[in-house]
Design a protein around this ligand. Sequence first.
Ligand SMILES: Cc1ncc(COP(=O)(O)O)c(C=O)c1O
Length: 351
Amino acid sequence: MSQFWSDIVNTLTPYVPGEQPQNRDYVKLNTNENPFGPSEKVFHAIDNFDRNLLKRYPDPEATKLRQSIADYYQMDLNQVFVGNGSDEVLAHSFFAFFKKNKPIAFPDITYSFYPVYANLYNIEAREFAVKDDFSIDIQSITQDCDGIILPNPNAPTSRYLELDKIKELLTLHSNKVVIVDEAYIDFGGESAVSLVNEFENLLVIQTFSKSRSLAGLRIGFAIGQAHLIEALQRVKNSFNSYPIDQLAIVAGQAAMQDVAYFKSCCEQVIQTRQWTHKQLESLGFECIESKANFILAKPLKHDAEKVYLDLKENGVLVRYFKNSKISDYLRISIDTQDNMKKLIDALTVIL
Ligand SMILES: Cc1ncc(COP(=O)(O)O)c(C=O)c1O
């Protein structure tokens, strides 16, 4: 607290990201990064980048990058918005679509940045309860709200809603914006982008941080009908004209175009996830069936926090959400097969 702070700063409870330890080389399974590096085509684009370009501001519309996303999804350019990580796209979306009179709705177990944005923009949040198995009952979502946001698959539960359920949600709430945050959709789910032209109230948000191995470059995007994208452009151009830098534009474009590499990375993550799921179960964990690049797992006979601390002691970092509805669980990112084997070996010793 300081006398120099604005009133709103005094009320903020900022988001706390997973640790990025600088002092020890962990087997890092705590922030759902992709273990496979970016595509060779990304390295090639960076190596051939004209460094003199850095004296110039980037294209404020990041047109080439947006075009590569539009091409991949067979959408029009004016249906694509890009931002500095999907966190920025999410923040602009809260401001563009949810800053209204009524509350917004999201699951009571979900991405912990949502309440933070709601708080930042002074938007009332109304949580709807996920079921005991963490699945979401679409019919239970309140009509008394001005917008809905949910990740699909949900994070950190990894629970996935089939496309017909998303359709049902969009139909039930056709008079408000529904945002589907698809940060993890490429690891086995079906994207709702295919519904964008049918539903004027749908905004799909994705990221380059997970399936495209570019968490360090900070690119996220939204796909929706042109009227929603225009709202995002208006917010962005009232905040920062150049959220995507020159290097991110060329590297992101290359990542988007290397479809074969992207698909093979996702496939490997899916296979390793299946292997890890089985191993964890045989070690006495209850695992939620995941369509993401992480597994939410509950040690049935041990205290989850103690397992998290013991793993850390043994050089393996997973995510533990203390004081939450999932404090009996660990969230474990899927890494290379070798690293997942190290996790299983460490757990075998610890347990
Ligand atoms: C559900 C969800 N949405 C969005 C993000 C943000 O991703 P980024 O800002 O790296 O694009 C994350 C990151 O972990 C996430 O879990």
